[in-house]
Design a protein around this ligand. Structure first.
Ligand code: ARG
Length: 566
């Protein structure tokens, strides 16, 4: 249940009953009126600015207007107190009984009256290249966003728009032609870097790779055979890692190659509309507008070598997704170096007449840096693969655990490492850069994955100890209990906001704040101590249980796993 929406609409409809306000509560005013959850809840659970918005139309002081409203607002069922604060804010406090009732029975089933269809584009791995730190954010944030959207009842389709049809393929096939098929993961990982390094020094090699790329795209049998044998090996490697990262399976691994099938169709549409221009042997689409203040280069539709381009695949993918899914939105998660690319593609799509009713949205990420502010590298100066990243984090977790004298299984260490890496990624606003420091992400205290898991493990262990007892909340609430219950009730609003703003960090930070409140409650409200009456114990256990429900759900939405012990 979204208590926030509940209270907001109760306030609005109550105000409409007030005769003095009949003519002034315009839709405009109501739109600007906010019901907010104050940071400090000492004076109320919600506060509203509505009285301040009416000063002009009523010609009265906001406090006086608030005085008119208070007696009415007091009539709202389940409201305990209504008070005026500062220049004319109105604070509302809910009845404890009501909070207990709704918080403890909340099944966390969101109300989404208008579920949307959303295509998500994240991952976008390049075949033949190991997944590295640069893929962390698109993978983790994309996956969590997908989980949040599904939880809310939206219908998502996740696309792994693989880089499997461009120049890297030419480079890899050239390498295989000379050195034979790769035999293991190490071979796979070496081929592309070796071949592309050679292309930088050897123009003939580069030219050869380009020819192969065009040949492959035009149906060359030998190249296609090598390609078909190689792709599954590479995909398997990607999938193993995604499994290790606990990422949902992609609905479509439809990359540049599969979309290539539709390029001729889009080419025809572009030709009919006369949108293509020729420039130095290449085919381009000009997307510049008079109002542009920044450079807006044309979209490269076909390269001068005749190859399908990155841009052509993306423009065609929009055509394809509109035809097959007709979603309300297509949301792309990539790093922000692709911001211009997507601006160009979205413009081109609109020009051609694609996706007229589809929201096209690119969420661009910042960079993960070291303490020096430069892109994060390992000690030996390499860009770490995602596997290596997880290993580095797992080693740090293991050291901590050993130092504290605990013994945890490898499986548990892996779960803690996963939470360390993913939570740290999720809690940062995607747009900004962040510093990756392995010591701080694996800390068991503070805004970290281990702290989140530890809190869940603690709740689990309390409930395991009591077994299947009846839980009933019949006692007065202490402030720590009340604060926690109110916060639990905020879960649905938080997931909705994270979805609307395309911002999983809102959920991650909510989860951290929730854990803080849970731990405060745990420390101030003893449960198992002998001097605690059965009634109080029962109530506190009920609070523990619901806290665990909400916390587990948040953890699941972030794609983390709760270990049995920590
Ligand atoms: N393969 C691309 C890269 O590594 C990312 C793909 C992102 N998605 C897309 N539709 N372009 O840069």
């Amino acid at each position: 249940m979204n208590i926030y929406k509940e209270v907001s609409s109760a306030v609005i409809s109550k105000l409409q009953e007030i005769p003095e306000l009949k003519n002034v509560l315009t839709p405009e005013i109501l739109k600007n009126a906010t019901v907010e959850i104050p940071k400090v809840r000492d004076f109320g659970d919600f506060s509203t600015n509505i009285a301040m918005l009416l000063t002009k139309s009523l010609g009265q002081k906001p406090r006086d207007i608030a005085e008119i409203m208070v007696p009415y607002l007091k009539q709202i069922p389940n409201i305990d107190q209504v008070s005026i604060a500062g220049p004319g804010f109105i604070n509302l406090k809910l009845k404890d009984e009501y909070i207990k009732k709704i918080a403890l029975s909340d099944k966390l089933t969101p109300e989404t009256p208008n579920p949307q269809k959303i295509d998500l584009d994240y991952g976008g791995y390049n075949v033949g290249k190991t997944l590295h730190i640069g893929h962390l954010r698109t993978t983790v944030v994309g996956d969590t966003f997908n989980r949040i959207a599904q939880f809310l009842g939206h219908k998502t389709k996740s696309y792994n728009h693989m880089g499997d049809w461009g120049r890297p393929m030419g480079l890899i096939i050239a390498w295989i032609l000379e050195n034979g098929m790769p035999k293991n993961v190490d071979d796979i990982n070496k081929m592309y870097p070796a071949s592309s390094a050679r292309a930088k020094e050897d123009p003939a090699w580069l030219e050869q790779a380009q020819k192969i790329t065009v040949g492959l795209q035009n149906g060359d049998k030998e190249y296609k055979q090598i390609y078909d044998a190689f792709i599954p090996m590479s995909l398997e490697q990607v999938n193993n890692l995604l499994k290790r990262l606990n990422i949902l399976t992609f609905d479509e691994n439809k990359g540049e190659r599969l979309i290539a099938e539709y390029v001729p169709t889009v080419q025809k549409i572009l030709d009919e509309k006369g949108i293509i221009e020729h420039s130095d042997g290449a085919e381009i689409i000009s997307v510049k507008q008079d109002t542009d203040t920044e450079p807006m280069p044309p979209v490269m539709w076909r390269s001068s070598a005749g190859a399908q381009t990155y841009a052509a695949a993306d423009l065609t993918a929009i055509y394809y997704r509109e035809k097959t899914d007709n979603p309300n939105a297509i949301v792309y998660f990539t790093d922000n170096r692709q911001t211009l690319h997507f601006k160009q593609i979205f413009r081109a799509a609109r020009m051609v007449g694609f996706a007229q009713d589809i929201e096209l949205q690119h969420i661009g990420f910042g960079t993960i840096t070291g303490a020096d502010g430069k892109p994060f590298k390992t000690r030996d100066g390499n860009v770490p693969s995602l596997d290596e990243m997880l290993n580095i984090v797992a080693d740090s977790v293991r050291t901590r655990v050993t130092e504290s004298g605990k013994k945890l299984s490898d499986e548990t260490i892996e779960m803690i490492a996963l939470a360390s890496l993913k939570f740290n990624d999720l809690m940062h606003d995607v747009k900004s850069d962040y510093i990756f420091d392995v010591e701080s992400v694996t800390n068991f205290e503070g805004r970290t994955g281990p702290y989140i898991l530890y809190t869940a493990v603690r709740l689990n262990s309390i409930l395991n100890k009591v077994g299947d007892t009846s839980m009933d909340a019949a006692c007065q609430l202490l402030p720590e209990e009340r604060d926690l219950l109110m916060f639990l009730l905020d879960f649905n609003r938080v997931t909705e906001t994270a979805f609307e703003k395309r911002a999983p960090y809102i959920l991650a930070n909510y989860t951290y704040d929730l854990c803080k409140l849970i731990n405060t409650f745990y420390h101030t409200c003893p449960i198992m101590r002998d001097d605690i009456s059965p009634e109080i114990k029962s109530q506190r256990l009920a609070i523990v249980k619901q806290s665990l429900n909400v916390l587990s759900k948040s953890i699941e939405l972030m794609g983390l796993k709760i270990p049995e012990e920590m």
